[in-house]
Design a protein around this ligand. Structure first.
Ligand code: CAA
Length: 351
């Protein structure tokens, strides 16, 4: 009889951390799986000998890739592994990714802390790839994007792009693939903890919801570098904070906006008091509450709201009406309304 040892690290989103070890015995296993698991209720589950595989930490999975192991702890691990293999195979360097809330919320951490998470080409490609991977995982209902350390992102990587010519920028359509974030059908939430400058501010604005930490600072300093915002800043900022304030920020390259003002002006939904962990936990909570709803309904709601960006009022109202009528083709509409009438919680099937 051989032993499979699972080292479990609990990560309770409220900030409580602890290390637990559990030993399971398997007659058919010859190898160890060493992993860490992030899970709000790991303590309880460990006692039940149940490993919440959909909460596997991706970086650890990369080192101890489950497919190299002959056996998994149980059926639940197998299911979770399938989801995580998609991400674990990616080998991201500039970001960290995680699936939480039983695999229903994807989290992307920008992780180039020495450069204040400056958006290098590699980092941007990885974010786009991770977003599209989360988009392709059926169970994921919402995506959170945040930065590790003291910045969300201090903009596009200046050192990397400083020698580019007009031809380089034009031919490669510099930064245009970044539009993929705004084009996602699944809802995105930016949890902005510190500097969100230049491309960092633009990335946050490309998301559907922005939650700000108390130290969040938004700005478009590009003109100080001899360029202008290039990932939607000139277009989106004006809609969020009005022409005068947007012009002041963009034309001076200074006049940064703090969290409190950003909330007053509607650039962010609200300020979350506390540290980064509290902010990310809150973003995950919002993401989870979205992910619990019917995914096709949510996609239609997002599409309808975004139509307001592109269309005039009467065209927008028509688009909304078409999408509203389309929701009546969903089983989830029948279930949602039946559940209300029967005074019970709905069980959405996402179809
Ligand atoms: N690109 C590359 N590296 C960056 C960077 C960026 N956007 N922002 C910060 N860094 C690097 C710094 O060079 C420094 O690296 P070294 O230790 O190797 O010198 C490190 O991150 C820490 O930065 P600072 O020492 O400058 O930290 P600070 O706390 O004193 O200042 C800051 C913080 C005010 C954010 C300052 O770093 C700063 O002004 N950064 C640039 C902000 C900016 O101009 N962003 C716009 C970029 S252009 C853009 O985004 C174009 C677009 O729209 C697409």
């Amino acid at each position: 009889m051989e032993t499979l040892i699972l080292i479990l690290k609990t990560y309770v989103t409220a900030g409580l951390r602890g290390e637990l070890a559990a030993t399971k015995t398997f007659s058919h296993s010859k190898r160890f799986i060493l992993t860490s698991v992030k899970c709000g209720s790991a303590g309880v589950r460990i006692h039940e000998n149940f490993i919440p595989a959909t909460s596997w930490n991706i970086k650890t999975c990369r080192r101890f890739h489950p497919s190299r192991c002959q056996a998994y702890a149980d059926q639940d691990v197998n299911q979770g592994t399938k989801l995580h293999e998609k991400l674990a195979e990616k080998n991201y360097d500039s970001i960290d990714v995680d699936l939480v809330e039983n695999g229903t919320v994807g989290v992307i951490y920008l992780d180039r802390q020495k450069a204040l998470n400056a958006l290098s080409e590699a980092l941007m490609n990885e974010v786009v790839d991770a977003c599209q991977t989360f988009e392709s995982i059926e169970e994921v209902g919402a995506i959170v994007i945040t930065g590790k350390g003291k910045a969300f992102a201090a903009g596009a990587d200046i050192k990397e792009m400083k020698d580019k010519t007009f031809e380089d920028a034009h031919k490669s359509r510099l930064f245009s693939h970044w539009n993929a974030v705004a084009a996602l059908r699944k809802p995105t939430i930016a949890a902005v903890n510190g500097f969100a400058l230049g491309g960092g501010c633009e990335l946050a604005m490309a998301c559907d919801i922005i939650l700000a930490g108390e130290k969040a600072l938004f700005g478009q300093p590009e003109v100080k570098l001899g360029v202008i915002p290039g990932i939607g800043g000139t277009q989106r900022l004006i809609r969020e904070v009005g022409k005068s304030r947007a012009m002041e920020m963009i034309l001076t390259g200074k006049a940064f906006m703090n969290a409190e003002e950003a909330a007053q002006r509607g650039l962010v939904s609200r300020v979350v008091p506390g540290d980064n962990e509290t902010l990310v936990a809150e973003a995950i909570k919002v993401a989870k509450s979205i992910a619990e709803l019917s995914r096709p309904t949510i996609a239609m709601a997002k599409e309808a709201v975004n139509a307001a960006y592109e269309l005039g009022l009467s065209e927008g109202i028509k688009r909304e009406h078409s999408l509203f009528c389309a929701t009546f083709a969903l089983e989830d509409q029948k279930e949602g309304m039946a559940a209300f009438a029967e005074k019970r919680d709905p069980q959405f099937k996402h179809k």
